[in-house]
Ligand binder design. Sequence first.
Ligand SMILES: NCC(=O)CCC(=O)O
Ligand SMILES: [Mg+2]
Length: 329
Amino acid sequence: MFPLNRNRRLRTNEAMRSLVRENFLTPNDFQAPLFIVEGKNKKEEIASMPGYYRFSLDLLQEEVKELWSLGIKSVLLFVKVEENLKDNQGKEAVNPDGLMQRAIKTVKDAVPEMVVMTDVALDPYSMYGHDGIIENGKILNDESVQALAQMALSHAKAGADLVAPSDMMDGRILIMRQLLEQEGFINTGIMSYSAKYASAFYGPFRDALDSAPVDAQNIPKDKKTYQMDPANRDEAIKETLMDIEEGADIVMIKPGLCYLDIVRDIKNTVNVPISVYQVSGEYAMIKAASEKGWLDHDTVVLEQLTAIKRAGADFVATYFAKHAAKLIS
Ligand SMILES: NCC(=O)CCC(=O)O
Ligand SMILES: [Mg+2]
């Protein structure tokens, strides 16, 4: 006890602090989400995500090369689907020549070693902006799972290293794993969004992909019948253990900052790698406050990413990947 113990002795200067520091960030900790659009020479800034862009495939190549040169080893791909290709079943999602399938090949052509993960989800393809097929105002579980498994297979065929289902339907990991095994894709992994909360922090992402639930009669306005209730903690463990049992190689908690207690609970419970998604609303908050001069952008970015890692993340999907990698190099 004091004065024998004076904790400030080990905080005297930066050399001393670095000696006893418990957690570090490296570019290996970051996965870069990438938004992709049809067209040529397109780099469109997302209004609610200043400094973040949608890329056409030609410009995607350059971006991926730059990420690799900064030490970022993985990307998570999302596509903005043209309005006329959307329907209730997500048929375009399994088009072997679809935007996602071409994007996977484009990334692999640019940097073959890059670990490519793909968003397996119906919402960008859904005319209703939901993660499942809808009938009579209800999101069907088992029918949606079949469509998602076919989508995962299509991504595997195009060359994805891991597929990343983000839908929160029940049982999709099992059905997906079985289909991948059956079709010979035994080394295609699954990163499951296992504890994905029904969060209001996804707003800017839905702007980026134009994928928000539509405003129409008999269409649920939110995703609360499949994404998790932010009030729940035990349920996150149940969801995650089930996904691991069904064959998930990596599990994810999403969003980040408000859910770090969940990250630690899961870290203490499971023995597979844990990913955390620092989502679009978390990005937007930092951008908006620092634009106003209310927060110091770079310091806050590194503090949040360090906190996510300290909570138990093995890596973080973050829109700050490129910037943070530059800051720490
Ligand atoms: N499947 C991805 C999302 O639902 C949202 C991510 C974000 O808000 O950044
Ligand atoms: Mg689940």
